[in-house]
Write a protein that binds this ligand. Structure first.
Ligand code: DQA
Length: 137
């Protein structure tokens, strides 16, 4: 199976940014662990701070991959265009968040993506991604 983990803005700073919320591990070292754990899966990773680059990636893989595990960061709460991109492709998308967004500010409670996703996983730290990948197997 081909699965893409897609990270949006500021998630390149995992391990550095707001460690009390997002933890101290950087994403690339975590991704190496995931690749070992899911060796039977073709796992891909892409991160961008740019909304359009995320949309382009969804279009690129969204008709051939088996799943996308997507943490859109703050774009989750702002981007109609990313929600539309998910609706436009045939690949199933799972929305993930490291933190429990429902425990946080009210502006993080709404997602423009969730209605077009198969499910939402949030609040399990980096484990949220692992659960997302597992749900496609
Ligand atoms: C996040 C939650 C978002 O509200 C925030 O803007 C992020 C990270 C998470 O993984 O917990 O950048 O998506």
């Amino acid at each position: 199976k081909k699965i893409l983990i897609l990270n949006g803005p500021n998630l390149n700073l995992l391990g550095v940014r707001e460690k009390s919320i997002y933890g101290s591990q950087d994403f690339l070292s975590y991704f190496e662990e995931l690749k070992k754990e899911f060796s039977a899966v073709e796992l891909h990773y892409f991160q961008s701070n740019h909304e359009g680059a995320l949309i382009d990636k969804i279009h690129e893989v969204g008709f051939s991959f088996d799943g996308i595990v997507f943490n859109a960061g703050a774009y989750t709460h702002t981007s109609v265009a990313l929600g539309d991109a998910i609706a436009a492709v045939t690949t199933s998308v799972i929305e993930v968040h490291i933190s429990n967004v429902h425990k946080r500010e009210a502006f993080r409670h709404h997602s423009y993506l969730a209605q077009n996703c198969v499910g939402v996983i949030c609040g399990f730290g980096l484990n949220s991604y692992r659960l997302g990948v597992q749900s496609f197997l």
